[in-house]
Design a protein around this ligand. Structure first.
Ligand code: THU
Length: 133
């Protein structure tokens, strides 16, 4: 699956976002090293902080199915620039993504910003920081 196809998958799943509160729909498409696709959309809740972002839905779906190694991810929203993932999603991504994994961020106009995990969240708290604790 190429980047264009991955972005199309993210756009498709974005339509399924459950966003009665913000009306802000986000889609994510995650490709495993094996070539398996997991998609996610944001799912909001009347108790607002319970909301889960599209990126984390896609990652948690993959992890819960036993997939831990990833090639790339695409994220799309109706923004004025390629959508920047929130801090919580960056931290979850950094748990599972290699530093050089490429993240494709886009908007509905088609502008794509490709950034590595290390660029998206430098100096992140990592599992290695817990060693010997
Ligand atoms: N949202 C995402 O799904 N991903 C992001 O990276 C940014 C924010 C969602 C959460 C909430 O449902 C809505 O966008 C507005 O914050």
């Amino acid at each position: 699956m190429n980047t264009h196809q991955l972005i199309e998958e993210a756009k498709n799943i974005r339509e399924k976002a459950y966003t009665p509160y913000s009306k802000f729909k986000v889609g994510a498409a995650l490709l495993t090293k094996e070539g398996k696709l997991f998609t996610g959309c944001n799912i909001e809740n009347a108790a607002y902080p319970v909301t889960c972002c599209a990126e984390r839905v896609a990652i948690f779906k993959a992890i819960s199915e036993g997939y831990h190694q990833f090639q790339t991810i695409a994220v799309v929203a109706d923004t004025q620039r390629p959508v920047p993932p929130c801090g919580s999603c960056r931290q979850v991504m950094s748990e599972f993504f290699e530093p050089d994994l490429e993240i494709h961020l886009t908007d509905l106009s088609g502008t794509v910003k490709t950034i590595t995990m290390a660029e998206l969240l430098p100096f992140s708290f990592s599992p290695d920081d817990l060693i010997d604790k």
